[in-house]
Design a binder for this molecule. Structure first.
Ligand code: PMP
Length: 304
């Protein structure tokens, strides 16, 4: 029997079970049509115990998504927060990853969900660091990120991840760790599940990141922007093209699972990776923030 610490646990319909024992119908609408709305949330072993990072913002995005795809959840935001806290406590984990998902279950088998029941499931598991080796090598993908008029890019709609899966597989097949997708107009968008930043080079005081549109405006991205501004960097959210990235000396990914991951290469362009001092500074400040070591960012933490 695996111990609880090593097990993935799932809260579903008010009960907590091992994830493998939480069953849903094979005819669930969301499995067939990508109509799930999910979140990725992390909790860290902070000074005062396990602390969930920016829980409120993740829950708000989750419920915005549910509304977007026409769900009328039987659970409130407060219910979801209480369930998450209970699940984290039950797991006995000091740190880990939390994955809530709203999904449509079994109903009439048709694309437009009509009279289809929706459910909420929340899972938790331990999470190793995304990168074992220091810096990420990123392929520029042939797959484009869907535009904001092709889908809703502001929420984590499972169907949005089809291009991420294809781009990620293509990148790995070609010897890279990750993929960077452009939007349909050729502007840099984001990774498979990460936002991207550029820094250093011509102007050491400026940090650039793609503006919202074809990206998920990530909660880690928002945290990085706040931290960078507090450190007196000028942050520019703008259209960026691959042909222009050579002027930067540093680049990094941001995301809940990823944290802040230094990039050593995008296509043929090389960057300082984990040696980049701006990336290093932002990363160490971010790590201090998530562990409750910086008073002004204490508002981002929810202790369980
Ligand atoms: N873009 C995509 C497509 C993602 O899936 C994620 C991960 N949620 C991100 C960006 C980063 O978002 P966040 O910082 O909120 O995790």
């Amino acid at each position: 029997m695996p111990t609880l610490r090593k097990t993935r646990l799932t809260w579903i319909n008010g009960k907590i079970t091992e994830s493998g024992d939480a069953k849903i119908s094979i005819l669930s609408h969301s499995l067939h049509y990508g109509s799930g709305i999910f979140e990725g949330i992390r909790f860290y072993a902070a000074e005062r115990g396990p602390a969930i990072f920016r829980l409120r913002e993740h829950i708000d995005r989750l419920f915005r998504g549910a509304e977007k795809i026409g769900m009328a959840p039987e659970y409130s935001k407060q219910d979801a927060i209480a369930a998450i806290k209970k699940l984290v406590m039950s797991s006995g984990l000091g740190s880990g990853y939390i994955r809530p998902i709203f999904f449509y279950g079994e109903g009439p088998m048709q694309v437009i969900p009509k009279n289809v029941p929706s459910s909420l499931a929340i899972s938790v598991w331990p999470l190793d660091s995304y990168l074992k080796s220091g810096s990420v090598r990123v392929a520029v993908s042939g797959y484009t990120r869907p535009d904001c008029n092709a889908t809703d890019t502001n929420v984590k709609l499972s169907g949005n991840y089809s291009s991420s899966v294809l781009a990620g597989l293509e990148a790995v097949r070609n010897g890279f760790h990750e993929a960077l997708m452009l939007d349909s107009r050729g502007f840099i968008a984001e990774g498979t599940a990460q936002n991207i930043f550029f820094a250093g080079g011509e102007n050491e005081n400026i940090i650039c990141t793609p503006k919202p549109g074809s990206i998920l405006p990530g909660i880690t991205r928002d945290s990085v922007i706040t931290i960078a501004k507090d450190l007196k960097f000028k942050v520019l959210e703008q259209g960026l093209r691959i042909r222009g990235i050579g002027k930067f000396s540093e680049s990094f990914f941001s995301g809940t699972a990823t944290g802040i991951a230094p990039i050593s290469r995008i296509g043929d362009v090389t960057f300082r990776g984990s040696r980049g001092h701006i990336t290093k500074k932002l990363k160490s400040e971010f790590i201090d923030a998530v562990h409750g070591r910086i008073g002004k960012y204490g508002r981002w933490l929810t202790y369980v």
